[in-house]
Ligand binder design. Sequence first.
Ligand SMILES: [Zn+2]
Length: 140
Amino acid sequence: LSLEKLVSFATHIHGHLGPFLALGLKAGQLAVDAAGRDPLKSQAVFRMPLKRPYTCFIDGFMVCTGCTPGKLNMDLRDSGDGIEVLYRCGARSVTLRVKTAVLQGLLDRLRGGEDERALAFKVLESKPEDLFDFSASQGF
Ligand SMILES: [Zn+2]
């Protein structure tokens, strides 16, 4: 699916389009590019504060990767003050973390009352390497 279709599907499921949903979509797309997509053979482990808006990320990631709560292949861990996800698909895996400056910038802008859709589109137009630190590997 194109990013455009994924965005509209994710917004339909999630209910609103904000920068954290957008970050999750970009992260999911990166994860799939790096490790492949197989909703029945993949798993995601999230580490982040389990509160909004951080957790909006999870729904974006879900839509891209097909890791869902219903299949029990997503694991949420309340930790730290960043957003990190380990994605495994078969024997391949990728770990990615939202850059601290990106995360802080978005939180500040949301608090400052900036339009969340505009922020989401800024995220969607960004290069993955500007949003995340990541490393991919073969095997565990
Ligand atoms: Zn949200």
